[in-house]
Design a protein around this ligand. Structure first.
Ligand code: XMP
Length: 507
């Protein structure tokens, strides 16, 4: 087991960013709900603990709280926003609503003799986002920073190695945030920095070989980053004993099915491609409701997979490309469901396997990408933007048909080509076939054709996003090309909504 920093999650939106930042320092980070028992924390044996931010006030009845014993076990602790308030409150300090709420980037004055801030300028720019402030320090603490409205923007008790920050060090708006985290992790916790993606790969490879022995593993390959990297890892760990089933539902983007097949053709694995377009389109005929479309695709997918898997020999294990964000248990309760996501998860329930193999379960997406590169996968797969399991079916509003798919594929390919040429870097971008037909004119003739919407977003976590302000020159070129090259489209729209209130996909 590598040394680790444990993040206790109190529901704030930045816990994954925090974990990623610390992992980028070669230190393993683990995220657990804020209220896990002390015995579990001791078992994890962290070098340091970070209490994340959260949406609650420490006085809320349903606020998630940690065990007060946490502050007595001698492990260094850094509380951030709610985490800092919780620590102060539990240890006998006072927390109250800020008189003037500071939100956004503010100037903060620090005490450079604090180990967290050593050798930094006395004035720092930090991101604040709090309703409450620490108004009275617990015994043994001193204040090491203040802002215009918060006299205790940072607090510490060096003897007990307890630190609290009223601001977010993990975001880039806090200019020296990474330095502060670095000080905590290395200087205060004494972490060695002993964790790399290569170590992870080697550990997984030997664990899988041990677990699988002479038996074979089945993987549902979607061509997405996670399942592709999972396939590459397994084909290295247990060559010749991996069977990949790629269900091509006919809802992929232009040439995508062939690209996926080509990427795995020279690896030592059995690759089965099932061309099931006809079956999926048949099942989707006449269906317009987004949730129903998603459910039908999920159900069909499982049926095709199950039929194929049943005829294979000696398959004892099922592999899945589950990644760390999929398994983090939230400490903040469940949010209302907006869409039923379909991916290849959920398969084990339908079949009788001896075990499940999830070799990426400890990695974040960017680490999965690094691993994919190490394993020799092409950029076209490893750097792929997310593509939803139900594919283009949820980018065609209303009923899906072969004709609509062809129109959307061509328009989407042009948009992606032009974005690539422009060197702009949206995190996700695609075309959508709206169900709107409108009147236009081409060569003096009336047309009555589809409107295509373009969507390009910037996001870190895909839970929220901003629309990207693409230059008009790029939009002009994409629009002209789609209108000229794609039949049955006479209008191009650019989507300027973020999430919320919209979602990234249209259905
Ligand atoms: P929304 O539309 O919910 O999308 O804002 C957030 C992110 O999730 C992707 N997405 C999916 N991914 N199966 C997936 O594997 C799905 O059913 C699915 N639906 C949405 C979406 O592309 C975006 O990146």
């Amino acid at each position: 087991m590598h040394q680790n920093i444990l993040i206790l999650d109190f529901g704030g939106q930045y816990k994954e960013l925090l974990a990623l930042n610390i992992r980028s320092m070669n230190v393993l980070t683990i995220i657990k709900p804020g209220n896990i028992p002390i015995s579990e924390i001791i078992e994890i044996n962290p070098k340091g603990i970070i209490l994340s931010g959260g949406l609650s006030s420490v006085y809320d009845e349903d606020a998630v709280r940690c065990d007060p014993e946490l502050f007595k076990i001698g492990i260094p602790i850094l509380g951030i926003c709610y985490g800092a308030q919780l620590m102060a409150y539990i240890l006998g300090g006072l927390v109250a609503p800020c008189e003037i709420k500071e939100s956004g980037c503010v100037k903060m004055n620090i005490d450079p003799s604090s180990q967290l801030f050593a050798k930094m300028d006395t004035t720092q720019s930090v991101l604040m986002n709090d309703n409450d402030c620490i108004t009275k320090l617990p015994a043994g603490f001193i204040s090491t920073a203040y802002t215009g409205s918060s006299p205790n923007a940072a607090i510490e008790n060096t003897e007990k190695k307890l630190y609290g920050l009223q601001f977010h060090p993990e975001v880039k708006q806090t200019t020296n945030g990474m330095k502060m985290l670095n000080r905590f992790v290395f200087d205060i916790c004494g972490a060695a920095g002993d964790y790399t993606v290569d170590d992870y790969l080697n550990e997984q490879m030997s664990a899988i070989s041990r677990q699988v022995g002479n038996e074979s593993v089945l993987l549902a390959l979607s061509g997405g980053v996670d399942s592709s990297v999972c396939a590459a890892l397994l084909s290295k760990a247990i060559p010749d004993r991996l069977v990949c089933i790629f269900v091509d539902h006919g809802l992929m983007r232009k040439n995508e099915g062939d690209e996926i097949e080509a990427a795995f053709s020279d690896r030592r694995l059995k690759f089965i491609r099932i061309n099931a377009e006809k079956r999926f389109l048949e099942a989707l005929k006449g269906v317009t409701d987004p949730e129903q479309k998603r459910k039908i695709i999920g159900r069909e997918f499982i049926s095709v997979f199950e039929e194929q898997a049943r005829v294979l020999d000696n398959i004892k294990y099922l592999a899945q490309g589950t990644i760390y964000p999929d398994v983090i248990e939230s400490g903040a309760g469940n949010k209302a469901k907006v869409k039923s996501h379909h991916n290849v998860g959920g398969l084990p329930e339908i079949m009788d396997f001896k075990g499940i193999i999830e070799p990426l379960k400890g990695l974040f997406k960017n680490e999965v990408r690094i691993l994919g590169k190490r394993l020799g996968l092409p950029d076209s797969l490893v750097q792929r933007q997310p593509f939803p399991g139900p594919g283009l079916a949820i980018r065609i509003i209303g009923e899906v048909s072969k004709e609509k798919l062809e129109i959307l594929r061509s328009a989407d390919a042009i948009f992606r080509e032009e974005i690539k040429r422009s060197r702009l870097k949206p995190d996700q971008y695609f075309a959508v076939l709206t169900n709107i037909k409108s009147v236009g004119v081409t060569d003096d003739n009336r047309t009555y054709d589809y409107a295509v919407a373009l969507r390009a977003v910037k996001t870190k976590d895909f839970m929220t996003c901003e629309y990207m302000k693409l230059p008009y020159s790029t939009l002009d070129r994409v629009s002209a090309r789609i209108i000229n090259e794609v039949k049955k489209v006479n209008r191009i729209l650019y989507d300027i909504t973020g999430k919320p209130p919209a979602t990234i996909e249209y259905e």
